[in-house]
Design a protein around this ligand. Structure first.
Ligand SMILES: NC(=O)c1ccc[n+]([C@@H]2O[C@H](COP(=O)([O-])OP(=O)(O)OC[C@H]3O[C@@H](n4cnc5c(N)ncnc54)[C@H](OP(=O)(O)O)[C@@H]3O)[C@@H](O)[C@H]2O)c1
Length: 305
């Protein structure tokens, strides 16, 4: 099968095309033909070797945790899926090896898959797993946002932030979101009150009577945060700050299904910023690292258009 691999740590320049054996499918696994793979900042960090001390890595690595595709073959205990089913998967493993989404085929444990929302294209649906799970776990579990509460989301127009604000709105919260001016209309379309981040943000934000704050931006965004007693603060990007609940995405099938269900009803949407053909996956990584455009960066599977 066709795949994109890296054989050593580095930036987009180390990503190269390769021909690999088709993945085997074990008892609990299904073989998925990849139609689209969404990129995340974590892909770039792993490829750069940022977690080399913590994560076992077996080169060559096929990167990519987020996929959308079609089941080609199902293992004997993969009962709920059958060939032809459209699925999305969150393929984070505890090791880095030849099993990621930048490939023609990927073998995935059924526990890492749910059915693709029929309301979404493959490219949109590929943007849902990691960002959706993180957003859901932050808004629902870490902050437990309640109807009528006021939530401030830093990085509200980003991959995770845009899903977090939608989930908070579904739960009946009023949401204020920091973002660049280019994303303010987008945020308004989601029912969010936008605030420009950067110089002056602290003065614009600090007095707000928020019940909770979610930081999806890092970059010191939390310094522009109300600090009155009782405010609940969580971050996905600045893990370890005092008084801040750290949220780290975990693969939880119930949460994953809840995210997919919200998307199925059209309540949750994914904004795709740019799609790249498979052979331009390295350019897709460059686009992600530059962040010159808003929305998810998606690489189409080989042969998909
Ligand atoms: N803990 C976890 O489990 C977990 C899971 C997923 C992601 N993450 C991390 O969370 C971060 C966001 O991920 P993502 O996929 O959502 O990235 P993304 O799509 O690039 O979104 C980041 C957003 O933050 C905005 N931003 C940057 N600096 C800001 C600031 N100072 N104040 C307010 N907004 C700011 C960006 O706006 P502009 O583009 O306009 O600058 C962009 O819209 C990354 O660091 C990622 O590694 C952690």
């Amino acid at each position: 099968m066709k795949a994109m691999v890296y054989r050593r740590y580095g930036g987009p320049e180390v990503l190269e095309p390769a021909e690999l054996p088709d993945p085997k499918t074990h008892v609990d696994s299904v073989l998925v033909r990849v139609r689209a793979a969404a990129l995340n900042p974590a892909d770039l960090a792993l490829q750069a070797g940022a977690l080399a001390e913590a994560v076992e890595t077996y080169f060559p690595v096929v990167p990519g945790w987020d996929v959308a595709g079609v089941v080609e073959r199902a293992g004997p205990a993969a009962g709920e899926f059958a060939p032809g089913d459209e699925v999305i998967g969150y393929l984070r493993g505890e090791v880095q090896r030849a099993h990621g989404g930048l490939a023609e085929l990927v073998s995935a444990d059924v526990r890492s898959l749910v059915r693709k929302p029929s309301t979404m294209s493959f490219a949109e649906a590929a943007g849902l797993p990691l960002a959706g799970l993180t957003a859901y776990q932050a808004v629902v579990h870490a902050l437990d946002i309640q109807p009528g509460e006021l939530l401030l989301v830093h990085g509200a127009a980003g991959g995770v932030g845009s899903l977090a604000v939608q989930i908070a709105r579904v739960r009946g919260a009023r949401v204020i979101g920091t973002a660049s001016a280019r994303d303010h209309d987008y945020l308004r379309s989601l029912g969010v009150e936008p605030v420009t981040y950067g110089p002056g943000a602290t003065e614009r934000i600090r007095h707000l009577p928020v019940d909770a704050v979610l930081d999806t931006a890092g970059n010191g965004a939390l310094s522009a945060t109300p600090t009155h007693p009782g405010v609940r603060v969580a971050s996905i990007a600045e893990i370890g700050s005092p008084g801040v609940t750290a949220v780290f995405c975990r693969l939880d099938r119930v949460d994953f299904q809840a995210v997919a269900d919200l998307a199925e009803t059209g309540t949750l949407t994914v904004r795709v910023g740019e799609t790249f053909p498979f052979d331009r996956a390295a350019d897709a990584q460059r686009a992600l690292s530059k962040r010159s455009r808003s929305g998810k960066i998606v690489v189409l599977g080989p042969g998909s258009s």
